[in-house]
Ligand binder design. Structure first.
Ligand SMILES: [Zn+2]
Length: 990
């Protein structure tokens, strides 16, 4: 991601006609250093927006407005189905082919309530245009075969396929995906708000699909939906990166040839404003033994301004930040301090992916009979604010946050282009100006000057959009032991009724359809079909690894790593403290130490004052724990990393503040401590169902290596159980004592390493202040690296309230510097994209099945996501290595997998990520020469060596593997009837 601080020189002129496109607008967007081109394809009316910048990770996205007309998941199932294949690319699963055999740095598709987007990204221009070519063809001319609809959407099956006497059931990938989504309380809360706030437009339906409604969708309806919405006339092409605009237009002219303008009615209607508030009640599933007390969520939501009015939306964004964005927010504080519930509900904040934006706030960990009190409290707090106004500092902090996040180049799981795309669509999709959401600085300036003239500006906002706005919903989400069973019983009943009406002929049709589907799924694509896809060759791949600038030094006796990269005016500081000496029993307490450091008072100031200071001076403050093996592969390293980011102008204040937090943290506010414990427990607990595969993977790996055990203690089941026991029997004294003693041992100079990333000016500014920070820390002894532990495989089942399973198997594996590591990462990739994808997703109906190999943590694993199967999935894992040996690997297949593996090694990072990655490599003792050797081994891998690695490395390590399954109690019990060895079953909370 090379960037500079200037917008590229314009290459096209307004009014010009280029390749059949009229250039409507050319404009510099200084805040993100891009030149923007808004264009329109004259023949079809297709809209094109190109943000031309310096980023080599180019993004191509085509989107359509797709408002659904029911909750059958029609838009979502179509999203899955078009990616299967087109006339020109008649493979079974084009998406999987692209994702496995290109250098894509991102490939996905998203169904929103009102649009469907298909983005791909790559750093290599030929690869980029290959991807864009196939993606455009797939969406505009898909095959949408009946079999694809059955597989991706839904189909009937007998539980025992050859036995029509057995029960009838429904299967399908989206069907199972949405069953998983409907098991997550957070997901259900969002749905309840959106669907009930917008009963009169398409937001009243679930575009993802309600599992109850999905089976009603027909193949014909699906094809009709495509015909209506997927035309160039209804298309939005969003392009971002350093490829010049004229190259894009030449490409687009080609792919749009032959299409004309059609009539499309896809505008998203405004929801009429209500005359009076409304309320709804819903339930979510909890485990049988769990208590129901304090498990309800009470949410309030308002429908607010139209997204095409960015000035008003920005006022609301600032108001939302001031109200609930930090611990000092008066609405957040009032709710937490009231003791009416445990912490704020995850829906809290401003939602701007809809035509009219929504503000929501709520409490979870409460009871249904407190709904009235919660509502009253929110109202009183808002009335008070409307009268007295906000503290000026809260508004300043919110303005700073908007400025910071508008400026920061972020690439976490998503390319930076995806972030920009998200902002653009907030207005573009509703016929507003697509560039306004990118030009935050002028908007912020306008608000500042308005504030000078109208000091009551935000009091008016509170009155207009909150107090005097009758379009308000109260949504109560209660826990229920039976709602899942009732739903399943209703489902079984429906299936039984349906079955009773079936004739012998219907039985035959269901069996035939299922058999045909299975057969198609197990047949490989023909070589001709595969050859139609554009391919890179091994020789197209950059041979050299990308190097991150890194310079070692010392400041005041403390080791420092410096990484000079373009940061757009932002600098990043990581303080890595050694924690390997922390006693085994206290390791699980470390995440709370981080939480308290960020969330409590310091240096004589209360927690809320600190929150405002942090929010005014820093772009963010995070504490992370990380662990891995050192260079020799025996000793391990374990670090607590305090990560801070700030605009250059705020560095002095930010460093001072960080010093207060690390050296003068205050643990006397016991009430606040309890709130933070509850917040952390609830957050982690809510993550279990949406990330069940990761929880299962951590649990399975936790008895194999020390870094994996740390991961479980810090982020997994052990962490959750600790938080739960602290939360349910909160006792401040012993906890404060533990934290005090931990803090003394962790936040010292002894094992500290300073890691700084940004441009030269920012780094210098920061380092000139850093001694002032480190001098405030006590001189502690640095810990000794700890040896790892012998692996002890186990089989465990963790019971959770979910309608799907998460099945993981893990084994201790060779490390990064082992000669087998490169081949093993290719093996893992091949299994993920081939065997496991086919068996677990395509044939098994799970949302995902994959293999992960982490050479730094030395773990090889198999996992499944939202899986309807359990014992069958374990059998699939068991057969994986054998399958590779029996099937062998053809040279073309090998080529594809190698390209894909390199693609996954070449994931670009944002400035913060580059600095962090380089620091982790430093701890692991991995040099650029090691990385080059690893890359060379991947590129030169032969089929013989690939199979030899399966035989001599993979098969032996899998013999000593662990299994962990997160699933419903009854599913675990049923699986244990046949499993050998049986799973040791435990409830989630122990
Ligand atoms: Zn999906």
């Amino acid at each position: 991601m090379e960037k500079s601080a200037n917008c590229p020189t314009p290459r096209l002129r307004k009014g010009e006609n280029v390749n059949g496109f009229i250039v409507r607008r050319v404009e510099a967007v200084d805040d993100i250093c891009c030149t923007a081109y808004e264009m329109e394809h004259l023949a079809t009316g297709a809209k094109v927006l190109h943000l031309h910048g310096h980023d080599s990770e180019n993004l191509f996205a085509v989107g359509f407005r797709t408002p659904p007309w029911d909750s059958t998941g029609i838009a979502h199932i179509l999203e899955h189905s078009v990616l299967a294949g087109s006339e020109r690319y008649p493979v079974k699963d084009a998406f999987n082919e692209l994702s496995r055999a290109t250098l894509q740095t991102f490939i996905n598709a998203f169904t929103y309530p009102d649009k469907t987007l298909y983005p791909v990204a790559s750093q290599v221009p030929v690869d980029y245009f290959n991807l864009a070519q196939v993606y455009t063809d797939l969406v505009l001319k898909p095959r949408i075969l009946k079999e694809t609809f059955l597989q991706e959407g839904h189909h009937l099956e007998f539980v025992r396929p050859d036995d029509p006497a057995s029960d009838l059931t429904v299967s399908g990938i989206v069907y199972n995906e949405m069953k998983g989504a409907y098991s997550s309380p957070d997901g259900l809360m969002y749905k309840a708000l959106q669907q009930n706030l917008f009963p009169d437009n398409s937001y009243g339906f679930d575009s993802g699909g309600d599992p109850q409604a999905i089976p009603r969708l027909t193949w014909e309806q699906l094809r009709e939906f495509h015909r209506l919405y997927y035309s160039p006339t209804n298309a939005y092409f969003f392009l971002y990166g350093n490829i010049p605009p004229e190259d894009h237009l030449a490409f687009l002219e080609d792919v749009l040839r032959g299409f004309g303008k059609v009539r499309v009615e896809s505008a998203i209607g405004l929801q009429p404003r209500w005359a009076a508030p409304r309320s709804v009640r819903d339930c979510y599933p909890v485990g049988k033994g769990e208590s129901l007390a304090r498990k309800t969520a009470v949410n309030l939501a308002w429908m607010m301004a139209d997204n095409t009015d960015p000035g008003e939306v920005l006022l609301l964004r600032i108001a939302a930040h001031a109200l609930v964005g930090t611990a000092a927010g008066p609405l957040r504080k009032a709710l937490i301090d009231s003791g009416l519930g445990e912490d704020l509900s995850p829906v809290t904040g401003l939602e701007s992916d809809l035509r009219q934006v929504v503000f929501a706030v709520g409490l979870r960990g409460t009871d249904a009979d407190k709904a009235g009190a919660v509502e009253g409290l929110v109202r009183n707090t808002l009335e008070d604010l409307a009268k007295k106004g906000f503290e000026r500092d809260l508004i300043e902090a919110a303005l700073h946050q908007v400025e910071f996040h508008g400026k920061e180049i972020v690439r976490g799981g998503y390319p930076y282009g995806i972030t920009l795309m998200g902002r653009v669509f907030h207005t573009w999709l509703y016929d507003g100006d697509p560039l306004v959401p990118l030009k935050f600085n002028p908007l912020i300036e306008r608000i500042r000057s308005r504030l000078e003239k109208e000091p009551g500006l935000f009091q008016d906002v509170i009155r207009r959009w909150f107090l005097d706005n009758p379009h308000r919903l109260v949504s109560v989400m209660e826990p229920d032991h039976n709602c899942m069973e009732q739903e399943e019983a209703r489902f079984r009943q429906r299936m039984a009724e349906l079955k009773a009406t079936l004739s012998e002929k219907d039985h035959e049709r269901i069996r035939d359809e299922a058999a045909r589907l299975k057969e198609l799924q197990s047949q490989p694509d023909s070589p001709e079909a595969l050859a139609a896809l554009p391919r890179l060759k091994r020789s197209d791949i950059p041979r050299e690894v990308e190097r991150i600038p890194s310079e070692e030094g010392r400041v005041g006796g403390i080791p420092v790593l410096k990484h000079e990269v373009f940061g757009n005016g932002i600098v990043y500081l990581d303080c890595a403290f050694d924690v390997s000496h922390v006693h085994e029993d206290l390791q699980p307490c470390l995440p709370l130490l981080g939480k308290f450091a960020r969330g409590m008072g310091a240096a004589g100031r209360r927690y809320d004052e600190m929150a405002t200071r942090i929010s005014k001076a820093m772009g963010g403050l995070a504490v992370q724990l990380a662990s891995g093996f050192g260079r020799d592969g025996k000793e391990t390293w374990q670090k607590m990393i305090v990560r801070m980011r700030a605009l250059h102008r705020n560095i002095p204040e930010a460093v001072e503040l960080l010093g207060d937090i690390l050296a003068a943290g205050d643990l006397t506010d016991r009430r606040r401590m309890e709130d933070l414990v509850l917040e952390k427990r609830n957050g982690l607990q809510a993550a279990v169902v949406p990330s069940g595969h990761l929880f299962a993977q951590r649990t399975a790996a936790s008895t194999l290596t020390l870094p994996a055990r740390r991961d479980e203690q810090w982020n997994g089941l052990i962490q959750l159980r600790l938080l739960n026991s602290l939360a349910s029997r909160f006792s401040a004294e012993p906890l404060a004592e533990t934290m005090q003693c931990l803090r003394g041992g962790v936040f010292g100079r002894g094992g500290l390493l300073i890691n700084v990333t940004g441009d030269a000016a920012g780094i210098d500014l920061l380092l000139s202040r850093i001694e002032g920070l480190t001098e405030r820390l006590e001189s502690s002894a640095s810990g000794k690296p700890a040896a790892s532990m012998p692996p002890e495989p186990m089989q465990i089942g963790v019971s959770i309230a979910a309608q799907v399973c998460y099945v993981a198997q893990a084994a201790a594996a060779p490390g990064y510097l082992d000669p087998a590591s490169a081949a093993l990462s290719v093996v893992s990739r091949e299994l993920s994209k081939g065997y496991l994808y086919n068996r677990i997703r395509v044939q098994g109906g799970a949302y995902g099945g994959m293999s992960l190999y982490d050479p730094l943590g030395r773990i090889f694993s198999f996992l499944s996501y939202r899986d309807p199967n359990l014992a069958e999935t374990l059998k699939v894992y068991e057969g994986a290595a054998r399958w590779l040996l029996d099937a062998g690997i053809r040279p073309e297949e090998m080529e594809k997998t190698i390209i894909g593996t390199i693609g996954s090694l070449d994931r670009p990072a944002d400035p913060s990520g580059k600095g962090y990655l380089s620091m982790i490599r430093h701890f692991a003792g991995i040099t650029d020469a090691n990385r080059q050797a690893f890359r060379d081994r991947v590129l030169d891998l032969s089929p013989e060596e690939f199979l030899k690695t399966v035989r001599e490395v993979l098969i032996p390590i899998l013999k000593e593997s662990s299994v962990a399954v997160y699933a419903g109690e009854d599913r675990l019990a049923r699986a244990n009837e046949t499993l050998v060895p049986k799973l040791v079953v435990e409830p989630l909370m122990g």
